[in-house]
Ligand binder design. Structure first.
Ligand code: COD
Length: 158
């Protein structure tokens, strides 16, 4: 039986931390859809189309990964696509409370879809899109934090 996971996020922009979770997830699940959603509590730097284009470049080497976007609820998206799981990454204890909140709400809305958490690779435990934008704004080198097309896109924005 073929197993599908949805890896949802803002991806504003995609970092090597996200990519690590996507790559590891793609080894476990038959197919992974990376889905770009708007997070109401964040003001995005990149448009949804820009985020999708950068994700497509960054995941081009993964044949069982596709990129999509949605304006709706994550759980509705997962249901519509007949997903088996929602795939999320965990960095630190500080992520836990937020993740528990959204997982509990998603489970209340549909208890058939499991959420899978993968611990960050130690190397990326400090890494977030916000921190990348913060340092890129001050022209610091971000080449070991994000794929090259993202680095270029950040240079254009700032
Ligand atoms: N190492 C490991 N994992 C990482 C790293 C790293 N360095 N950096 C990020 N991640 C993980 C995150 O933990 C997350 O799992 C994923 O990568 C994406 O991260 P972000 O920051 O791009 O995504 P978020 O947290 O902004 O995504 C929030 C959603 C968009 C999923 C959420 O807002 C949502 O579900 N929106 C749709 C509307 C909805 O359904 N709302 C109700 C939810 S209850």
């Amino acid at each position: 039986m073929s197993r599908l996971a949805i890896c949802p996020g803002s991806f504003d922009p995609v970092t090597y931390g996200h990519l690590d979770i996507i790559e590891r997830g793609a080894k476990i699940f038959d197919h992974v859809i990376v889905a770009v959603f708007n997070n109401q509590s964040k003001a995005p730097l990149f448009t949804v189309d820009e985020r999708v284009a950068l994700l497509e470049e960054a995941t081009a080497h993964l044949p069982n990964v596709s990129v999509d976007t949605s304006n709706g609820l994550l759980i509705d998206y997962a249901r519509e696509h007949n997903a088996d799981a929602i795939l999320r990454g965990l960095r630190a204890v500080s992520d836990f409370e937020y993740e528990m909140q959204i997982t509990s709400m998603n489970r209340k809305l549909d208890d058939h879809i499991e959420t899978f958490f993968m611990m960050t690779n130690n190397q990326y435990s400090f890494l977030s899109s916000s921190i990348v934008k913060e340092v890129a704004k001050y022209k610091a080198n971000v080449s070991d934090l994000v794929p090259e097309p993202v680095e270029k896109a950040l240079k254009k924005k700032y």
